[in-house]
Design a protein around this ligand. Sequence first.
Ligand code: COA
Length: 279
Amino acid sequence: MPEAPSYDYKTVQVGFEDGIAWVTLNRPEKRNAVSAEMATEMVDVVDKLEIDDRCQVFVLTGAGESFCAGMDLRDYFRSSDADTAVKRARLYRTNGTWQWRRLLNYPKPTIAMVNGWCFGGAFTPVIACDIAVAADEATFGLSEINWGIIPAGIVSKALSTVVRQREALYYVMTGETFDGKRAAQIGMVTESVPLAHLRQRTVEIARVLMKKNPNVLRQAKTAFKYAAEMPWDAAGEYLMAKSDQTTFNDPERGREKGMGQFLDEKSYKPGLAPYRRDD
Ligand code: COA
């Protein structure tokens, strides 16, 4: 058996529990702001978890009372201001690699569990995750305007994919904070629950996902995300091809099982539950 990879980091903690990989941004003394070191470590984390069977669902959260206070102002602004354009681009690219390039189409289901402060650059991984659950008590804010910059990195683009222009521009331009309930109302997160139930609700969602066929789950999210950016005719062609590819590559032959259990055995109802995967 190949040795399990090690997850020994300074700024990130990775733990496994019943199919869930808990990835915790771990600089609580800096409210889990993303330092250059954290970005580098997170690239490694997403890389390793992609092929680690202990990770069936990837959960991103923060240590202590903060989810993430955005980009570390020292690393990403003050100390890199004097760098060459190439060096700065590299710094931002490393962060973009985990925050959205990899997470947007991660081959495993991803859940952002927003437990507290969530500012600026922290919006990106929340939006890039498939599902986001916030604590009612969490505080979100596009604080950039408050210290004289625009929501860059890729925050403005990410925001435009989930929040309507009216609300997005309100928060971009006022920097006003909002709580988890409001985040759910405007589409920033999927739902919000009291902090005391946050972990339990996240586990519940992860368990639902773990009952589905992982191959189809992976293809379904990828198909949705790409199709959203295509014109209708191209999306029609793409989705039919993706659907055929999904069936063709499915080691579990889920489509046949699902139809067989419903149409022939009449042993379950696809409208209400997944097919039995162990048959
Ligand atoms: N970058 C760098 N350092 C940060 C940081 C960030 N984004 N967010 C917090 N920190 C540091 C603080 O400078 C402080 O460091 P110190 O102990 O060396 O003084 C430490 O983390 C604790 O922060 P503090 O402000 O004392 O905590 P708080 O609980 O009172 O307030 C926040 C929490 C999140 C409201 C506040 O830290 C804040 O406004 N952070 C900046 C958020 C932001 O604008 N992010 C967007 C960046 S794009």
